[in-house]
Design a protein around this ligand. Structure first.
Ligand SMILES: [Zn+2]
Length: 324
């Protein structure tokens, strides 16, 4: 009995629960919308300094995420969110990661999500075009339709594979917690990292001497900043979840210009092609009305209103149903 109890304790301690796996996944998925929120705030309040965040926001996030994940993989053998929940990555035979596995992990944590979001951005535009009936019956239109259906099928398959993986893990049929870890041939386990000397607690207690500054202490200082930010992020998400219609990616509310100097030039016509509107579509952030195709293409390329330069994306447009 005592032997069984001891065995049970060991297994229990070495195997992270499914809740920890899901919690770290959810924290990891919060990083991108949190960055988008900050980027939108900066690009709409300081457009001259942060103009690049409109067009290259995804690239900027990939760089920041790359540095963050590189740091945690190098020092903790874990992604940022895995480390936050006290987990780390191991080879299936229980050995620690080598350089090759760290590099592959970095690609799967940074580059793969970057390309996935790029593809989904394009797909979202195809879906709007399909819903508006502006996909033609030519080769291009048919290809776009095929891509939309193939993507939906892939998403469904991936969800089922992930669910199957979780069930297998809970039933002790596998040690690997996620499909992506299967591809990398890695598993997650508790990190058992010795708590390092707290930089901030030493600083606030006033007993931090200059001679104390070491790599370990600085490492602790950087991690504490990241982890405290992650905590507030989770907290904000929960807090705001109570507000109706709140999404962390919502655009900031900017008052439309009351009497924009150029407005009179675009009466009854599209500010892009300067013709009478073909499927009139309003961009709520600026109040201007464009042809559906003109504005979708423009926002896909630049992510801002062509007249006012206010930040916007293709999903913000509203189709107007007029009598003519
Ligand atoms: Zn137009």
């Amino acid at each position: 009995m005592a032997v069984n109890a001891a065995n049970f304790t060991t297994t229990f301690q070495n195997k992270p629960s499914i809740f920890e796996i899901l919690a770290q996944k959810s924290l990891n998925e919060t990083l991108h919308p949190a960055f988008q929120k900050v980027a939108l705030f900066l690009s709409s309040n300081f457009p001259r300094k942060f103009w690049f965040l409109n067009s290259y926001g995804e690239e900027a996030f990939a760089c920041i995420n790359g540095v963050l994940q590189f740091y945690y993989l190098k020092y903790y053998d874990a992604s940022f969110s895995e480390n936050f929940y006290g987990l780390k990555r191991l080879l299936l035979n229980g050995k620690p990661l080598a350089k090759h596995e760290r590099e592959l992990s970095l690609i799967f944590l940074v580059a793969v999500p970057y390309f996935k979001r790029k593809v989904e951005e394009k797909l979202e535009i195809y879906r709007i075009e399909q819903a508006e009936g502006s996909l033609k019956q030519d080769f291009e239109g048919k290809t776009k339709k095929c891509i939309i259906y193939a993507h939906a099928l892939f998403e469904l398959m991936w969800t089922l594979v992930t669910l199957h993986n979780y069930l297998q893990y809970m039933a002790d049929k596998t040690d690997i917690q996620q499909p992506l870890l299967h591809i990398l041939k890695l598993k997650l386990t508790y990190s058992n990292e010795e708590p390092s000397i707290g930089f901030w607690s030493a600083l606030f207690k006033g007993n931090l001497k200059f001679s104390d500054f070491s790599l370990g202490l600085m490492k602790n200082a950087v991690s504490t900043i990241f982890e405290t930010s992650a905590f507030f992020l989770q907290f904000l998400q929960t807090w705001n979840a109570q507000k109706p219609n709140f999404a962390i990616t919502d655009l900031p509310r900017v008052e439309p210009p009351s009497n924009h100097a150029q407005a009179e030039a675009f009466v009854e016509k599209c500010p892009i092609c300067l013709q009478k509107w073909n499927i009139p579509t309003v961009l709520p952030i600026s109040g201007y009305v464009f042809c559906f195709k003109c504005i979708i293409k423009h926002l896909g390329d630049t992510r801002k209103c062509p007249v006012t330069n206010l930040p916007a994306n293709p999903l913000d447009v509203v189709r107007l149903y007029t009598n003519d």
